[in-house]
Ligand binder design. Structure first.
Ligand SMILES: NC(=O)c1ccc[n+]([C@@H]2O[C@H](COP(=O)([O-])OP(=O)(O)OC[C@H]3O[C@@H](n4cnc5c(N)ncnc54)[C@H](O)[C@@H]3O)[C@@H](O)[C@H]2O)c1
Length: 253
């Protein structure tokens, strides 16, 4: 049986660890040749990796060229690289804000700009942007992160409109709480890790937080022909967390 991404070439930013790595692995299992672009190589060296800083346009151009010279084209772009920090509004500097936007929002824009001509040359392609539930709901002190992710969702729609006539689809995934380094620090700063994980699980109708592979599977599907009529959409993958209304503890049975 043909695999869903057979003969496709995919590039995944921030592909060395966490969600990006799971996307790389799942896309490879689905038959794609996948290049992970990241500031650092995967710790175990097990993936095809190319150095990439999404804040640097020359680095992006080099990453695209390297992929083309090795694989002859690009069919799938996954904009996954991202950073997160929290700071009260009045302590946040313009430089903090600019850094967040440079990685999380300007990066995906530049990646799409540089990859699109090569997808057009192949007659089409797919872009998957990793946003966040924090693009439309958020925790305190997350102004820059939430704004950057809301921007990613908007960019994703705009790319769908502009690139649709060229056979290129663009969709965004909004992950909820996924177990990676990005948010592990939150859990680890509490002395009782097990209790934190238990309490977090209660926020999710499915009863647990997410794994990187949950996002990897959705990215494969969105990039594949099975999603051929889906573009400009935001798909939330959060175990139902943002659908569960909060209740005061005294009213919980
Ligand atoms: N983990 C979560 O709960 C969660 C939830 C919602 C959204 N997300 C989003 O998912 C994406 C991946 O997050 P993660 O949890 O796997 O994070 P992570 O910190 O584990 O991995 C991020 C990867 O991006 C790379 N990276 C950072 N800056 C880069 C740059 N300038 N150029 C190239 N690569 C760069 C890092 O080196 C790292 O390998 C991010 O966009 C994040 O905002 C994560």
């Amino acid at each position: 049986m043909t695999k869903p991404l057979e003969d496709k070439v995919a590039i995944v930013t921030g592909g060395s660890q966490g969600i990006g790595r799971a996307i790389v692995e799942r896309m490879a299992e689905a038959g794609a040749r996948v290049v992970a672009g990241d500031l650092m190589p995967p710790a175990d060296g097990a993936l095809e990796w190319c150095t990439l800083d999404v804040t640097d346009e020359a680095s992006i151009a080099n990453f695209i060229e390297e992929t083309l010279s090795k694989h002859g084209g690009i069919d799938v772009l996954v904009n996954n690289a991202g950073i997160m920090f929290e700071k009260p509004l009045e302590e946040q500097t313009a430089d903090d804000w600019d850094r967040m936007m440079a990685v999380n929002l300007r990066g995906p824009f530049l990646m799409a700009k540089h990859a699109a001509p090569h997808m057009k040359a192949r007659g089409g392609g797919a872009i998957v942007n990793v946003g966040s539930i924090e693009g439309y709901a958020c925790n305190p002190n997350h102004t820059a992160y939430a704004a950057s992710k809301g921007g990613v969702h908007g960019l994703s729609v705009a790319l769908a409109v502009d690139l649709g006539p060229h056979g290129i689809r663009s969709n965004a995934i909004a992950p909820g709480w996924i177990d990676t380094d990005l948010n592990r620090a939150y859990v680890d700063r509490h002395p009782n890790r097990e209790l934190v994980v238990e309490e977090l699980a209660k926020l999710h109708p499915v009863g647990h937080i997410g794994n990187p592979a949950d996002i990897g599977d959705a990215a494969v599907w969105l990039a594949s022909d099975a999603a051929r009529f889906i573009t400009g959409q935001l798909i939330t993958l959060d175990g139902g967390r943002t659908k569960q209304l909060s209740l005061p503890d005294i009213l919980r049975s």
